[in-house]
Design a protein around this ligand. Sequence first.
Ligand code: NI
Length: 181
Amino acid sequence: MSILNILKYPDSLLQTKAKPVSKVDEEIKRLITDMAETMYFAKGIGLAATQVGVHKRVAVLDVPKDHTKHEGKIFKRGENLIALINPEITDHEGEIKYEEGCLSIPGFTADVKRFSKVAVRALNKDGNEMEIHADGLLAIALQHEIDHLDGILFIDRLSKLKRDIIKRKIKKAIESEKKML
Ligand code: NI
């Protein structure tokens, strides 16, 4: 197992559309193991292969069932771990706004509008077909990770005005960080 490097915005690799996985082999299984380890290490609830520079349609998620209780508590590894290969949204319903963050844009959050319920079809780590019906934070996280596989970041989902403001703030933060090095 190894901790992978998570790409940070504005790395252009984050804008790359990932290719479908044609065969769930040992390499994909190892990728999933490493991605899960990396996600737990970074204290995230989801990670897409795009974020570790692998342009294959693979994502891992571990969304606490009751995320209000999760805040500030020790993250139980593996409790709700989901590995998705070639995930696709097959159905959706409603609308929800939630303050999202991203391991590729550390320190920044913004309210993003998503579907409140989604059905997602994918292959699991054993290559078997699965379908998830999700609402709440899991539905949001699923859409966020699938977006990553399409080269889309949560800031791309904001209005142009809000996007420009947050991009400027991120740029400023990166510049001041560079000065401190
Ligand atoms: Ni993200």
